[in-house]
Write a protein that binds this ligand. Structure first.
Ligand SMILES: [Zn+2]
Ligand SMILES: [Zn+2]
Length: 142
């Protein structure tokens, strides 16, 4: 699905649940769709501010929460730092830099199918986090 189609789908979904469609709300989703670096709410806010200087951080927070509730974005589980968001909701894995916190999408096949239940948990999906040092941080080491 293209970015435009996803935005249209979001607007339709807003109408469906009776949520007011504001340019700021659409802009939040647009920023998330255009970035694959898994930004924080603050990162999104800093980008929105350039176009909508009067938007508040609270509005951006609420919009991100709404987008998550609507299933349009996902929280990236991360062991440190702030919560990061992902507009790529398809199943994929993450490469995480332990020095700067960069998160990159990676796709590869693992020959393992999770069982429907594990340790009493009902399993619905899984993702791998692979930790390392990104190329930018490696360049700084030299
Ligand atoms: Zn790094
Ligand atoms: Zn991702």
């Amino acid at each position: 699905m293209s970015k435009e189609e996803k935005l249209r789908e979001f607007i339709e979904a807003c109408k469906h649940v009776g949520l007011k469609i504001t340019p700021q709300r659409v802009a939040v989703y647009e920023v998330l769709l255009s970035r694959d670096d898994h930004p924080t709410v603050e990162d999104v806010y800093n980008e929105i501010k350039k176009k909508y200087p009067f938007v508040s951080l609270a509005t951006v927070y609420r919009t991100v929460e709404t987008l998550e509730e609507m299933g349009l974005i996902k929280k990236v589980a991360y062991w440190g730092g702030s919560v990061r968001y992902d507009a790529n909701i398809s199943d994929h894995h993450h490469l995480i830099c332990t020095q700067c916190g960069a998160i990159k999408d990676v796709e590869f096949c693992i020959d393992w199918t999770p069982p429907a239940r594990m340790e009493g948990y009902r399993v619905h999906n899984y993702s791998l986090h692979i930790y390392g040092v990104c190329s930018k941080c490696q360049a700084k080491e030299n």
